[in-house]
Design a protein around this ligand. Structure first.
Ligand code: NAG
Ligand code: NAG
Ligand code: NAG
Ligand code: NAG
Ligand code: NAG
Ligand code: NAG
Ligand code: NAG
Ligand code: NAG
Ligand code: NAG
Length: 839
């Protein structure tokens, strides 16, 4: 989104620059200057041919009623996207002079009727007197009046009619509460303003509303702070990105479409439907991709007070009562008349509990309480007996706004109207905290069940927290005692498996003198440093005319010797084209060094997440990297003489050679097994958070399947070009796995694909990779594919893969509606509970 917005911006700046610096030698088709009025029959066509401006007549009236408008110039069906004189048509009859559009010296566009009467004009004041303005129809469909110095004096995009085009803004300026709204036509052939309008809610700023006159017809839920909403995919070349931009001055929605997409617009139809339309070249007609209201129960207040529309109840979204409520009239409700809504089963007493209902579209008529934390918002509501619900969002992750209050605490008093259940994370989806009556006494069984949940959940939650703390402590502490133990174990594993008396010399590994290495790396200068791993620094140097990477184990670490021997013995034995090769070593005094082949293209990490370098990683390259890493892992897991679990597979540990072939690096943490051992328990958890399989991170159990998990995460990163988790959410999801899993479930897998490989990728291969990745990150290690299957699937394709199940323990949200929670319930603690329950 940012990129396309930036491109749009750059494009418009370029247009301005071109206009300023290179006044055209002669007036071209796309511009309009004083003294050359436009009359019916003539058009102004944008440079690029996308749009035309001129007079049109929508119906066969006599005398002909004419409107000045803008329509698509390159499609056969005339589709008007903007009309100037909606309320004041001009007439064109053979007997009198033609109506004209002219640009006057004060920079105003003036539309005059045949008798010279002004029927419509722009209202530019102080437009610059005698200066000669120009009006240009841009290829976006925006008609712009500019002063000679390039300043925009007026633009049609700021005066929308019924169409919302890419690049246009629909929003509200905070200070003035003024903003643009779409207004429907009155009829299919009548451009005069109809009764429907769509735009930001000037009272709250936080939601967009479709009105019929002054009555809401449909409402988007209050904005929750996600910057980009969604991408509607029609075919691989047309993606629509809808963004909400919140700046210091204004809040607006805007959208862009992917390059090369056919014409796309949102339109508010004369009969009150808000549609996303895309031009279908093959059928020569507009296709409606989405339409709102989509369901009957989407309509404002359709389900009555305290009712809500459950659109997750497919295929027939229907009205339901909020928890703790029952239909006001069961009879009417059952016969499909919902307008009387629901009533409380039991009276609410102040101080009662609140129920968290996630995935809700919040009700209308909220009050925004400024500057609250979640806890503060909860306190605000529970301390005021007339408050019956609250919802909270921290919008500080949305960019664009530098200062001001980014919290969003909504409270409700009075009836809850027009709630909905969207079940989705993202735009307009809130956790609604609803004040409840005391627990129903006449359901003893249920009560017990709830009490169990009330007791068990906090216990589980705290044990999860404790486990996490321990894990983190493990990760952070380099407790010498524990390390020594482990390294001793590792060393013993090696010797016992490989035979007694192994020593470095047995592997015919060249020994290099410390002096030579020191010389080669300019005495380990910072300039030669190319990396820093868990056990030391990595330098680049020239040895015997060959570029090498030197890993210098940190001297102060006690584990050095063990780690060193471990790695040397392992790596010297392993030879595979997808593993980094060890060329030599050095042990002198405290110094322990390993010499590896040097790989010029550094780590995958550095290429994949770098804006400019990632462009070089086209799809074929990425797919080859994926297959190479998979082959390397198969070798480690089963084809080498030992079963080796890498335990720290990540993008930073995949190095790329000159031909961008991948090589797995850093075996320092590998454990060795005899063939008969499937898994082992370790007291120290090493690895990188986010790549670690749940059973490993939580319980220290590792197996080849924990590498498979890490591989799955890596695969998702390669396809999406996104880090597994960054400081901010990924499209509103807590991490890459949850995000990918959600899009997969919704059938929007293609939206996962890195935009920089959109053009080069093979959809089948990408889809296969995502499928395989999700099979690799499944929660149950047994369900994950073995690496050998991964390789065979990636190389041969597969027609019958199982559907992935239940991935991602990390931030699983509870979606059940019936979870009780305290009024200071923090949604961040709700993760993991469902999967823990399963254990
Ligand atoms: C606009 O300005 C030009 C010269 O500056 C003048 O000849 C012309 O009459 C003016 N037109 C109007 C409508 O003021
Ligand atoms: C110009 O201003 C007049 C009076 O304020 C208003 O009636 C008219 O709608 C305005 N025209 C435009 C195009 O904004
Ligand atoms: C450009 O011209 C307009 C009037 O035509 C004036 O208001 C504005 O200040 C000028 N801008 C610059 C940057 O010169
Ligand atoms: C819009 O409002 C008018 C008048 O209030 C009403 O007659 C019409 O049925 C409404 N249309 C819709 C689609 O709600
Ligand atoms: C998909 O998009 C391409 C490129 O815009 C277009 O040529 C093709 O007709 C579209 N297919 C359909 C089914 O709309
Ligand atoms: C475009 O039209 C063709 C032919 O009528 C149809 O098969 C295709 O599904 C349409 N595409 C869209 C996106 O509606
Ligand atoms: C928000 O509240 C905090 C303390 O609750 C206060 O220090 C701060 O000044 C408040 N900010 C605004 C903008 O009111
Ligand atoms: C909102 O989130 C940001 C970062 O995610 C955090 O720094 C800030 O303290 C949060 N604000 C509140 C009021 O919770
Ligand atoms: C309680 O909430 C109601 C409705 O929001 C509000 O009018 C009232 O002032 C609040 N009372 C207190 C004590 O905050």
């Amino acid at each position: 989104m940012d990129r396309s917005a930036a491109l749009t911006y750059i494009a418009s700046v370029l247009v301005v620059v071109v206009v300023v610096l290179l006044p055209p030698p002669c007036a071209s088709d796309d511009r309009f200057v004083p003294g050359k009025p436009l009359s019916p029959g003539n058009t102004v066509v944008s440079d690029g041919g996308g749009f035309a401006l001129g007079f049109f007549s929508p119906s066969n009236s006599t005398p002909e009623k004419m409107y000045l408008g803008i329509w698509y110039n390159d499609i056969p069906a005339r589709t008007v996207v903007w009309v100037a004189n909606q309320e004041t048509p001009v007439t064109n009859s053979a007997s009198s002079a033609a109506p004209t559009l002219s640009l006057d010296n004060s920079s105003n566009l003036v539309l005059s009727d045949s008798d010279g009467r002004v029927r419509w004009t722009t209202n530019i004041t102080g437009g610059g007197g005698a200066a000669s303005p120009t009006a240009v129809l841009l290829n976006t469909g925006n008609f712009v009046v500019r002063s000679p110095n390039g300043t925009t004096l007026w633009q049609s995009f700021q005066h929308p009619t019924d169409s919302f085009l890419p690049g246009m803004k629909l929003g509200i300026v905070y200070k003035t509460r003024a903003g643009e709204r779409l207004v429907s036509w009155r009829g299919p052939d009548d451009p005069s303003p109809g009764s429907f309008s769509y735009g930001g809610d000037p009272d709250t700023f936080l939601q967009a509303i479709l009105w019929n006159g002054t009555r809401p017809v449909m409402r988007d839920g209050p904005w929750t702070g996600y910057t980009v909403d969604s991408q509607y995919q029609t075919n691989t070349t047309a993606i629509v990105y809808l963004a909400i931009v919140n700046s210091d001055e204004e809040i607006y929605i805007s959208f862009t479409v992917s390059d090369g997409a056919p014409h796309t617009r949102y339109v508010l139809t004369y009969d009150g439907k808000y549609q996303l339309q895309i031009w279908n070249g093959s059928s020569s007609a507009w296709a409606v991709l989405q339409e709102w209201p989509t369901w009957n129960c989407d309509r404002y207040d359709y389900c009555g007070p305290y009712g809500y529309c459950d659109i997750t109840a497919k295929p027939d979204p229907t009205c339901k009562c909020l928890t703790g409520f029952e239909p006001a009239s069961a009879e009417e409700w059952d016969s499909g008349r919902f307008s009387r809504g629901c009533r409380r089963k039991e009276a609410v007493h102040c101080g009662d509990r609140f129920l968290a209902m996630p995935g809700m579209q919040s009700p209308y008529k909220f009050v925004l309480v400024p500057n609250r934390t979640l806890e503060g918002c909860a306190a605000e509501c529970s301390s005021n007996c007339s408050c019956i619900a609250y919802a909270y969002a921290n919008m500080s992750s949305s960019r664009g706004r530098s200062k001001g209050d980014m919290t969003r605490c909504l409270v409700w008093a009075g009836e809850l109207v027009d709630a909905g259940k969207t079940g989705e994370e993202g735009l307009g989806s809130d956790t609604l905290y609803l004040r409840l009556a005391a627990l129903p006494l006449h359901h003893p069984g249920r009560r017990t069940e709830i009490n169990v949940i009330k007791i068990v959940l906090p216990v589980l939650a705290s044990s999860v927290l404790i486990l996490l703390c321990i894990t983190i402590a493990w990760l952070k502490t380099k407790g010498k005692e524990r390390n020594r133990e482990r390294h001793m174990n590792v060393f013993l594993d090696v010797t016992s498996t490989a035979g007694e008396g192994n020593s470095v010399q047995d592997f015919e590994l060249p020994f290099v003198r410390f002096e030579d290495i020191s010389l080669a790396t300019h005495n380990f200068s910072e300039a030669c440093k190319i990396g820093q791993g868990g056990f030391g620094k990595v330098y680049k140097g020239m040895l015997g005319g060959q570029e090498v990477a030197v890993k210098r184990l940190s001297r102060d670490s006690q584990q050095g010797m063990r780690e060193f021997r471990n790695e040397v013995i392992l790596i010297a034995k392993l030879q595979h084209r997808n593993l980094v090769r060890l060329l030599g070593c050095c042990v002198e005094g405290d110094e322990k060094l390993l010499i590896y082949e040097y790989l010029p293209n550094k780590s995958l990490d550095a290429a994949l997440f770098d804006g400019s370098r990632k462009m070089l990683l086209e799809w074929t390259t990425r797919f080859n990297i994926v297959k190479g890493v998979a082959r390397g892992l198969v070798y480690l897991h089963q084809d080498s003489r030992l079963t080796i679990i890498h335990r720290d597979l990540k993008a930073g540990n995949v190095l790329l050679d000159a031909e961008m072939k991948p090589k797995i690096a850093d075996f320092g943490m590998a454990r060795i097994f005899g063939d008969d051992q499937q898994d082992a328990n370790t007291r120290r958890v090493v690895g990188t958070y986010g790549y670690m399989a749940p059973e490993y991170a939580m319980e220290g159990i590792f197996s080849t399947k924990s590498d498979v998990y890490s591989f799955g995460v890596l695969l998702l990163e390669i396809v999406t070009g996104t880090r597994r988790s960054s400081t901010s959410n990924i499209m509103g999801f807590p991490n890459l796995i949850v995000y990918s899993w959600n899009l997969w479930k919704k059938g929007r897998t293609k939206d996962l694909v890195d935009s920089s490989i959109m053009d080069s990728c093979s959809p089948d291969e990408v889809l296969l990779c995502i499928h395989v990745a999700l099979l690799c990150v499944q929660e149950n290690p047994e369900d994950r594919l073995p690496m050998s299957s991964v390789v065979s699937i990636l190389e041969n394709g597969s027609t019958a893969l199982p559907a992935p199940s239940h991935t991602a323990y990390f931030a699983q949200r509870i979606t059940e509606m019936d979870q009780f929670s305290d009024n200071n319930h923090n949604s961040e603690y709700t993760f993991t509970l469902t999967s823990i329950e399963g254990r």
